[in-house]
Design a protein around this ligand. Structure first.
Ligand code: GLN
Length: 213
């Protein structure tokens, strides 16, 4: 496929808000396809992002799970880090899931004021499911699928913790940046993606971001 901003047929040139929001999913490595499926099911247009030109015109960006080291190397190799930072700092909503949470932290892309601990649940319980009470979601607990998941060790005052497991933050937001330690795309519960799509629509419509740094 040609690199650049050509994208999929039927894409609007910009996230005008009049059409379904165009969401980019970083597709260098990891579980990007499952995010694409959920987002399409919810009515979004989806573009896999592998090169900087594919960042243009997005209303939101998903950083999927996978291996944060590999993904970070890919981001640097493709020259994606700086344009991606610029867009998110400008208010583009971003959802980081599992390795995506790690990518958002202060040691990686440096976008959220959080410090992630990789493979934090280590030992015997590397992978598990848990019901989470998420601050901003109505409709009861959300089933989270944790696969060699991180948690958030430290966070700054602009970060709102949305869910914890045994006092360890596993979901947090800062402005329109949303980080979840679990795989929100695998449990068949779309509420995290729905919340993110609301932010994407607000961004496309030009609404100011709440509490942006
Ligand atoms: N353990 C992985 C990492 O450190 C994250 C795992 C995942 O995304 N499921 O990058």
């Amino acid at each position: 496929m040609a690199a650049g901003s050509a994208g999929e047929p039927g894409e609007a040139p910009s996230g005008s808000g009049a059409r379904a929001p165009l969401i980019g999913v970083l597709a260098l490595q990891g579980g990007f396809e499952a995010h694409g499926r959920v987002l399409r099911r919810l009515g979004a247009r989806v573009r896999e992002v592998r090169v900087p030109g594919e960042l243009s015109g997005l209303s939101g960006l998903v950083l999927p799970g996978g291996e944060s080291t590999t993904m970070m190397l890919g981001v640097q190799r493709e020259g994606l880090a700086e344009p991606l930072r610029e867009l998110v700092r400008g208010g583009l909503p971003v959802l980081g899931s599992c390795a995506g949470l790690i990518m958002l932290d202060s040691k990686h892309l440096g976008l959220m004021d959080i410090r992630a601990r990789r493979n934090a649940f280590g030992g015997q319980i590397r992978s598990f499911e848990a019901d989470l009470e998420i601050g901003e979601l109505t409709g009861g607990p959300l089933r989270g699928v944790f696969i060699r998941a991180p948690w958030i060790d430290e966070h700054g005052p602009d970060v709102e913790v949305l869910a914890e497991i045994e006092d360890h933050p596993v979901a947090a937001r800062q402005g329109r940046m949303l980080a979840v330690a679990f795989h929100s795309e695998l449990a068949g519960d779309d509420r995290v993606h729905l919340m993110f799509l609301q932010w994407a629509r607000a961004f496309a419509a030009g609404a100011p971001s709440p509490g942006m740094i």
